[in-house]
Write a protein that binds this ligand. Structure first.
Ligand SMILES: Nc1ncnc2c1ncn2[C@@H]1O[C@H](COP(=O)(O)OP(=O)(O)OP(=O)(O)O)[C@@H](O)[C@H]1O
Length: 475
């Protein structure tokens, strides 16, 4: 550009315009500046919109992940279940609140339970940090077991069909199922009768969620979805003891004397672990033959902790609602509501009597005098007829000494004075030495008549003492 041109441009730019009499160069400057601002503004709009879209995408993923680990109401589940078959009650926040921080609810492990250990299985539900009642239920903080989705359990249990029902208790229906990895499970779908499902769910989870013992049925996990409360257990494949003792098994029971003794000892070990191996201790409150599950090797596993109570050591609990099963409930608990582990010891004594005799604790169809098992046994023993009490379906007669020792342990467990009942640890000791002695006895093929006489004497003394105590109590 020549000097002339430059001078011309200068003059033109210096001319005043009609816009507030501003010089042309000022107007051009303002326009360029405005354009730059406009471009920057548009760019920032684009960036913000892009960021929003990205974060919206991420939130969508989180929501989907939550629905996979157990949302309050899952669209997938509604689609899957069909409203009329399994109505899912819309509920923003499930009501389960287990405060594992509270000392009285925490189940910890003492060194005593040798064969026990802590369940380490974890799930996605446990690894997230949820803000308590505001989002997902607090059970996700438990740190054990798996949180199953309803869909998963329905798939495992053939859509919770009738063919998969293996039992029905007072609190729900139990289904057989197989998970995708072929694990066999038993799923208890708790009935939602006025909050009872909620209570039973909490109790079972608190009582045995973390506990592992070969004689306690293992709780693998749970399902909390909408109104559903389900408990998922290991499957125990050989029915329950009640079925084997009182069901139609033919003339001769497959439960031999040795099997029965092992069932008694195994159950005692599970119970002793609940009472003496945990802090707070767990009182089961519903020891009975239908709650003893058996595997194919006849190993017993105690189940159904829905009525269990957690008690700090040395403490008792007084309740106005006595729970348990007729015939097994300790008299002081039935009369006063006073509960401690000695109530379980009483029920365990009744269970021993039931296993030995094959008779239910109370049966009104039996002749008068035999209706109540404890009273009948005491009379039989008092009349020196203890050898006649053994279950006639036993394939072989038990050694007299072994039978009497077991009866002695049972009678001590049902002592009307709860303080005089032995602790479960002591019961195991008595049972195992009895077992050892009876095996020894069979091995050498003879009975020690002197120790038999000694047992007889101790036996009748024990019964006489209990009778006079009861008389004294009555007076
Ligand atoms: N883990 C399991 N494996 C196999 N079968 C089981 C399992 N848990 C329960 N069952 C079966 O389901 C039945 C019902 O169990 P549940 O504990 O609900 O009731 P119950 O003890 O029979 O009665 P209630 O609860 O009224 O005392 C049991 O008797 C048992 O036969």
């Amino acid at each position: 550009m020549s000097v002339l041109d430059t001078a011309f441009v200068d003059t033109e730019l210096s001319n005043r315009t009609s816009i507030f009499g501003l010089h042309l160069w000022v107007v051009i400057g303002i326009i360029i500046g405005a354009l730059i601002v406009l471009i920057l503004f548009l760019m920032s709009l684009c960036i913000t919109a892009f960021r929003r879209r990205r974060s919206a995408g991420r939130k969508g993923k989180i929501r989907r992940a939550e629905s996979e680990i157990g949302p309050a109401v899952s669209k997938e589940i509604q689609e899957n279940t069909g409203a009329e078959q399994h109505p899912v009650v819309p509920q923003a926040v499930p009501e389960i609140q287990i405060d594992m921080g509270k000392v009285e609810h925490r189940v910890v492990f003492s060194d005593r339970g040798g064969s026990s250990g802590e369940s380490r299985a974890t799930s996605g539900a446990e690894t997230g940090s949820y803000g308590g009642t505001g989002s997902l239920p607090e059970v996700s903080h438990l740190g054990w077991g798996r949180w199953y989705t309803l869909r998963e359990l329905e798939a495992a249990c053939n859509g919770l069909s009738d063919e998969n029902v293996i039992g029905e208790g007072g609190y729900g229906i139990v289904y057989y199922g197989e998970l995708a990895d072929n694990t066999r499970i038993a799923v208890k779908n708790l009935l939602n009768n006025r909050g009872q499902a909620e209570k039973e769910f909490k109790v079972e989870v608190e009582a045995i969620g973390r506990v592992r013992h070969k004689n306690l049925v293992r709780l693998l996990g749970y399902c909390v979805e909408g109104a559903y409360r389900m408990l998922v257990y290991e499957y125990v494949d050989n029915g329950n003891l009640d079925q084997w003792l009182h069901g139609d098994v033919g003339e001769v029971s497959p439960l031999t004397w040795d099997i029965r003794v092992n069932i008694i000892i195994g159950t005692a070990k599970g119970l002793s672990y609940l009472h003496e191996g945990l802090e707070p201790k767990v009182v089961h409150r519903d020891i009975k033959s239908s709650n003893i599950l058996l595997d194919r090797h006849w190993h017993p596993k105690l189940s159904d902790f829905g009525l269990a109570k957690l008690l700090n050591s040395e403490s008792s609990y007084v309740t106005t609602r006595v729970m348990g099963t007729f015939g097994y409930v300790a008299p002081e608990y039935a009369c006063t509501g006073m509960l401690n582990e000695k109530s379980d010891v009483y029920s365990f004594g009744i269970l021993i009597m039931e296993i030995i005799t094959g008779k239910s604790p109370v049966d009104y169809s039996r002749p008068q005098g035999e209706v109540n098992l404890v009273e009948w046994l005491k009379t039989m023993v008092g009349n020196r007829k203890s050898e006649e009490v053994a279950d006639p379906k036993l394939p072989e007669r038990p050694a007299s000494k072994a039978l009497k020792r077991l009866l002695l342990v049972a009678l001590r467990c049902v002592d009307p004075d709860a303080h005089k009942r032995p602790k479960m640890g002591h019961v195991i000791h008595m049972l195992e030495s009895e077992d050892f002695l009876s095996r020894e006895e069979r091995r050498i093929g003879r009975n020690s008549s002197s120790s038999l006489r000694e047992d007889d004497h101790r036996f009748r003394e024990s019964i006489n003492k209990q009778s006079s105590d009861t008389e004294g109590d009555r007076r």
